[in-house]
Design a protein around this ligand. Structure first.
Ligand code: FMN
Length: 208
């Protein structure tokens, strides 16, 4: 379990611990596509230092035990258990400071709506609500076609685009529920490649 001493943002003040790899904050929300979160973490570990955030709903799909040992997973439990008194670090702020890039994959319809509306009632949405938009934030939506085609989706995607959030579009295929259509999360390799290609030209911290 994380405590304030292990919150990665605390290394920011120690030049000896400055990273040589980009720091990627991977976040999963409650889509069935979160079963691919482990694979996504492994892809990014080839290149980056990875921390992970999971919503309560996503934990129905993420197998915590299967995550690579180098990936620390933070949930709402750690958000609250790491804070005891005034002066302690606040996890969503520390993670926001720590990350060079945030990637939300999968992005559920619910979390999309909350981000578009500025709501922040869990660790993931608090990080986004505090986000510094000079740093990249990618989202890979994943939802049933009926949800994806609902007018709210278009509306919410337009709002987050205006904020500077980058969309990794969903794909059309046979969905987990058996329906066929658009809304499936982009493949982890595509998400990884998209983020890496976008970051490398601006990389200044020695990441390979
Ligand atoms: C089996 C199951 C699969 C689900 N799959 C999706 C999905 O693919 N995309 C989605 O947006 N919501 C999906 N949902 C609904 C979300 O889990 C629900 O809206 C939840 O509140 C999302 O919470 P979060 O955004 O905080 O993670 C699914 C629900 C269940 C029970």
């Amino acid at each position: 379990m994380a405590n304030v001493e292990t919150i990665p943002g605390n290394v920011l003040n120690d030049p000896a611990q400055q990273p040589t790899k980009p720091r990627i904050l991977l976040a999963a929300s409650g889509s069935v596509a979160a079963i691919k979160f482990e694979s996504l973490c492994r892809s990014f570990l080839e290149w980056a230092e990875v921390r992970a955030v999971a919503t309560k709903s996503s934990l129905h799909f993420v197998d915590k035990a299967s995550l690579p040992k180098d990936v620390v997973l933070y949930t709402d439990d750690e958000e609250w258990s790491s804070w005891k008194k005034i002066g302690d670090g606040v996890l969503h702020i520390e993670l926001r400071k720590w990350a060079d890039i945030m990637v939300i994959a999968p992005l559920s319809a619910n979390t999309l709506a909350k981000i578009a509306g500025g709501l922040c009632d869990n660790l993931l949405t608090c990080i986004v609500r505090a986000w510094d938009y000079s740093k990249p934030l990618f989202v890979a939506p994943a939802m049933n076609t009926f949800m994806y085609n609902n007018p709210f989706t278009k509306r919410h995607l337009e709002v987050i685009s205006e904020l500077g959030i980058s969309l990794i579009p969903p794909i059309t295929k046979r969905l987990a529920c058996g329906d066929y259509g658009n809304g499936a999360m982009a493949e982890p390799t595509v998400i990884y490649t998209t983020v890496r290609l976008s970051f490398e030209p601006r990389s200044t911290n020695g990441g390979s």
